[in-house]
Design a protein around this ligand. Structure first.
Ligand code: SAH
Length: 347
C-alpha cells in the first residue's frame, strides 16, 4: 500500500496520471489531505466513487494516534506521545505564545547525534520519519486541541538535517498554499550542526529560520558535550551560518544550553560575543534541563543573568528561554524515555 499523504503535489500528479486519471484530481486530493485534514477517502466529496475506490485499493491516508498527553498546570503547554504505525513513538509539544500557537515536531524515532545532555538520544536511533509523519504531528495536535497551529519548530526528537530529504519535503508540503499554508518564516529548523546540509538548506530557497545548537565556544568543550563537533569545527559551522545568512537574508538563532561549570562563565560569554560579532544573530540561552541519569546541572541564576548581560552589553540580542511546561517532562525526549523504561513501546 502506498502512503498517499507522503506525496508532494507534483508526485501526486504523476501518480494520478500513472493510474490513468486526469491530473487535476491530484490538486483536489492534495487539498483534502493537506488543507482539510480528512482521514478517509469517502470524505472527498468532489471525487468520483470509482476513483475513491481505486485510491482505497492501492493507497492509504496516514493518521497518527495520540497515545498520551501531559498538560502543564503552569502554562498552556501540552506534550504528546504520538504512536506511529510500526508501534514506535515520538513526541510533539504544543505551546501557546503571543505570536501564535506553536508545535515542536520530531523528525526521527530516536537520534544518533549523542549530545550528552539530551534525553532523545539516550535510547539510540531507530529510523527517520517520513514527510507525512512529520506533518501528521501537526494534524494530530490541531485535531486534539481544536486550535490552529501557525508556527512549526523542528526541535523535537531527532536531528532534522540528518533526515534531510523528508524534512525538506515536509516543509514544502506544510508551506504549500494547497496545504496548511504555514509561511516559511513561521518555520524553524534546528540543527546540532551538520555543516554540508546547512549549505544545502541555504540553496533550497526556503525562507525558514535556522537555529544552531552551539552550546560551546571552543572545539574542545563542544566535543565533550556534542560528538558532532568531532566532524565539524566551530569555525566551519559558523562559515556555513554566514553562507545561510548571505543566501536567505534571515537572522540565525543560536541555542546555548547553560551547564554549570562547563560553559557558563563570563570569559565564555565574551568568547561567544566575539565569535558571533558582525553576524545577524540572536542567542537563546537555555538553562540545561536536567535529565534522568544525566551528569549535567543547570547554571545558577546569577550565572545565567551575568551570561545574558555580558552578551547583551556586547550588542548581541540574547534572551533566556524559560522552559515552558517544565512540570511535564517537556524537554526533548523525556516523555518517550519514561515510556521506554516502562517497555510499553518499541524502541
Ligand atoms: N537535533 C536538533 C533539534 C532537536 S533538540 C538540534 O540539535 O538542534 C532541540 C534543542 O534542545 C537543541 O538546541 C538541543 O541542544 C536542546 N536540548 C536538548 N536537550 C536539552 C536539555 N536537556 N536541556 C537544554 N536543552 C536541550
Amino acid at each position: 500500500m502506498i502512503n498517499i499523504s507522503d506525496y508532494t503535489l507534483n508526485e501526486l500528479e504523476q501518480y494520478i496520471e500513472s493510474i490513468g486519471e486526469k491530473k487535476f484530481h491530484a490538486k483536489q486530493i492534495f487539498k483534502w489531505i493537506h488543507k482539510i485534514g480528512i482521514e478517509s477517502f469517502d470524505e472527498m466529496t468532489d471525487i468520483s466513487k470509482s476513483l475513491r475506490e481505486k485510491l482505497k485499493e492501492h493507497t492509504y491516508i496516514l493518521k497518527l494516534n495520540i497515545l498520551e498527553c501531559q498538560k502543564s498546570k503552569k502554562d498552556d503547554t501540552i506534550k504528546f506521545l504520538i504512536g506511529l504505525n510500526d508501534d514506535t513513538a515520538i513526541e510533539s509539544v504544543f505551546m501557546k505564545y503571543n505570536h501564535g500557537n506553536t508545535i515542536c515536531v520530531s523528525t526521527q524515532v530516536g537520534c544518533k547525534m549523542g549530545c550528552k545532555f539530551c534525553a532523545s538520544t539516550k535510547a539510540g536511533y531507530e529510523r527517520n520519519l517520513t514527510a507525512s509523519e512529520i506533518e501528521g504531528q501537526i494534524w494530530a495536535v490541531q485535531k486534539y486541541t481544536g486550535e490552529r497551529i501557525s508556527n512549526v519548530v523542528y526541535m523535537g526528537i531527532g536531528e532534522p538535517l540528518d533526515n534531510y530529504d523528508n524534512v525538506i519535503k515536509s516543509i514544502r508540503n506544510i508551506n504549500s498554499p494547497e496545504g496548511l499554508n504555514i509561511g516559511a518564516r513561521h518555520i524553524s529548523v534546528s540543527t546540532c550542526g551538520i555543516v554540508p546540509n546547512i549549505y544545502k538548506l541555504a540553496d533550497e530557497n526556503i525562507q525558514a529560520t535556522l537555529s544552531i545548537s552551539l552550546h560551546a565556544t571552543d572545539d574542545k568543550t563542544r566535543k565533550e558535550i556534542m560528538p558532532v563537533a568531532n566532524r565539524y569545527s566551530i569555525k566551519e559551522l559558523l562559515e556555513a551560518c554566514k553562507y545561510y545568512i548571505s543566501k536567505t537574508g534571515r537572522r540565525i538563532s543560536f541555542e546555548y544550553a547553560l551547564i554549570a561549570g562547563v560553559n557558563d562563565n563570563r570569559e565564555t560569554a565574551m568568547n561567544l560575543a566575539k565569535l558571533l560579532r558582525g553576524m545577524i544573530a540572536h542567542i537563546n540561552l537555555i538553562p540545561v534541563n536536567e535529565i534522568k541519569n544525566g551528569s549535567y546541572k543547570k547554571s545558577n541564576e546569577s550565572n545565567i543573568e551575568n551570561f545574558m548581560n555580558t552578551l547583551n552589553s556586547c550588542g548581541i540580542v540574547t534572551t533566556v528561554r524559560r522552559e515552558l511546561g517544565s512540570d511535564i517532562d517537556a524537554a526533548c525526549g523525556q516523555l518517550r524515555q519514561k515510556y521506554l523504561n516502562k517497555d510499553t513501546i518499541k524502541q
